[in-house]
Design a protein around this ligand. Structure first.
Ligand SMILES: Cc1cc2nc3c(=O)[nH]c(=O)nc-3n(C[C@H](O)[C@H](O)[C@H](O)COP(=O)(O)OP(=O)(O)OC[C@H]3O[C@@H](n4cnc5c(N)ncnc54)[C@H](O)[C@@H]3O)c2cc1C
Length: 435
């Protein structure tokens, strides 16, 4: 080990680790980022397939992502951000009656055909319901059912958590995945009242990176320069006096005052086990959902038009298996050859784990069948590219945050847990990470 002691060693070069290392560097402290693989970005991957540029995981972020924007602005060579046509900000629900616009605010919801008159009355009554007094963990489904009624939880929330997190709302903790919502209940007394006070909230736009999502982690990696060490899988953390030695599988070692683990919970469980078996057990128990992301390229003329929107989620009444689709070429036409469309379709998730056993041909057949039903006519793709994530997204189950805090509390002060299971799974939450 050299005599040099770094203020911080960050383990994991996904968005969380990169954001952390860059903030440490900017605060004037010395940092090294060790990434196991030969590239940065973790699950964020932008790839060329046929004439299309496809996103294998996250491809968009919200304009409200203040910490991401601040980090982006601080880069020496920030990648260009594109603001898509505002018409593409809306989303559809695929119902038994086809695609129906998803309401974007309470007044639109009251006009929507997605709820009956009785269900809307039940919903409005939310303003009269006081906050819950008991503080035991509550699932997202139980929270929404309690405040707005079962129809809202089943018909609107379920498609959203399945389509976005791949997880049924009964398995997601409300305060764990959406902490600002129970907070609004607590402070405003009612979500409808709270939303009414949040001026401009419905103006939130979807943004993309002009050259694809991976341009962002790559730019942070470039900014880090030689503080970034690729192909450096960390094998062990060994305290030595008042520093810790971080050793890679290749035998390189780095001394640090603080180590931030920005890997998945399962990877962290292995590294923290010598420090605390109980913390390792808590991290090892974090479950993930499997998911397939299927890029579908549509040449001009052969398929129904893609409606101007962000995409659609599969509602409970729709007869199909896909979880939903994003209309990527609406955000940035450059992702497809001129006149072509590019969609990302999601299949699998926690409610349909058997989908992972389907062959690519079977996935292609079901995606074409469901898109044809949802869009109202046969689709004739020239590219269908299936990408399989065995462990796509961590499940932030009820009580998850408390368990993560418990695991952190069992570890020595120099060892910090981070990663999407700690920060929250959205790229905006990962990009807010710091040390
Ligand atoms: C299919 C899919 C779709 C998604 N869609 C969206 C979306 O539309 N919008 C959105 O906001 N978010 C989305 N997300 C979520 C978001 O992309 C992720 O939560 C986020 O990118 C995770 O970043 P991370 O750095 O925490 O973890 P990761 O990206 O998993 O990075 C962890 C890194 O740690 C490295 N590592 C592991 N072990 C070691 C070790 N021992 N030593 C060194 N390095 C190690 C790994 O190689 C990896 O690079 C999606 C995710 C998936 C999978």
């Amino acid at each position: 080990m050299s005599g040099l002691v770094h203020d911080v060693v960050v383990v994991g070069g996904g968005l969380t680790g990169l954001a952390t290392a860059w903030r440490v560097r900017r605060s004037g402290r010395s940092v090294v980022l060790l990434e196991a693989g030969p590239r940065v970005g973790g699950v964020v991957r932008t790839e060329r397939v046929g004439g299309y540029r496809v996103e294998r995981a996250a491809g968009t972020f919200p304009s409200s992502a203040a910490a991401l924007m601040e980090l982006h602005a601080s880069l020496p060579a920030p990648p260009a951000i594109r603001t898509p046509d505002p018409a593409t900000n809306g989303q559809f629900l695929w119902t038994g009656r086809g695609l129906v616009a998803l309401p974007r605010n309470p007044p639109a919801l009251f006009k929507s055909p997605l709820l009956t008159f009785g269900q809307k009355v039940r919903m409005i009554a939310e303003v009269t319901r006081g906050p819950r007094r008991v503080r035991t963990p509550e699932s997202a489904h139980a929270f929404v059912r309690r405040r707005f009624g079962r129809a809202v939880a089943d018909n609107l929330l379920r498609p959203m958590t399945l389509g976005i997190y791949g997880t049924p709302p009964e398995q997601i903790g409300m305060a764990d995945a959406f902490p600002s919502i129970p907070e609004m209940e607590r402070t405003a007394g009612s979500l409808l009242k709270g939303m009414g006070k949040r001026k401009g909230a419905t103006k939130r736009a979807i943004l993309v990176f002009e050259d694809g999502m991976e341009a962002f982690p790559r730019a942070i990696g470039d900014a880090l320069g030689d503080a970034l060490r690729l192909s450096s899988p960390v094998a062990a953390l060994t305290p030595e006096g008042d520093v810790v030695r971080v050793t890679t599988e290749g035998g390189a070692s780095y001394a640090a005052r603080r180590v931030v683990l920005a890997t998945t919970a399962a990877d962290q469980a292995r590294l923290v086990a010598p420090c605390s078996g109980v913390a390792a057990g808590i991290l090892g128990a974090v479950r993930t959902v499997p998911m397939m992301v299927v890029a579908v390229g549509l040449p001009p003329g052969g398929s129904p038009p893609i409606p101007p929107a962000f995409g659609f989620l599969r509602g409970t009444g729709a007869k199909g298996r896909i979880l939903g689709a994003l209309f990527h070429s609406h955000f940035n036409p450059a992702v497809a050859p001129p006149g072509h469309a590019l969609l990302n379709v999601f299949v699998g998730g926690g409610a349909d784990p058997d989908a992972m056993a389907l062959t690519d041909d079977e996935v292609r057949a079901l995606v074409e069948r469901d898109l044809a039903t949802a869009l109202g006519g046969p689709v004739r793709p020239d590219v269908v590219s299936v990408y399989r994530w065995a462990k796509a997204i961590p499940i932030l189950a009820p009580g998850h945050r408390t368990r993560m805090a418990e695991a952190q509390g069992l570890l020595p002060p120099w060892l910090v847990l981070s990663g999407s299971h700690v920060t929250g799974v959205g790229v905006h939450a990962c990009a807010a990470a710091t040390a």
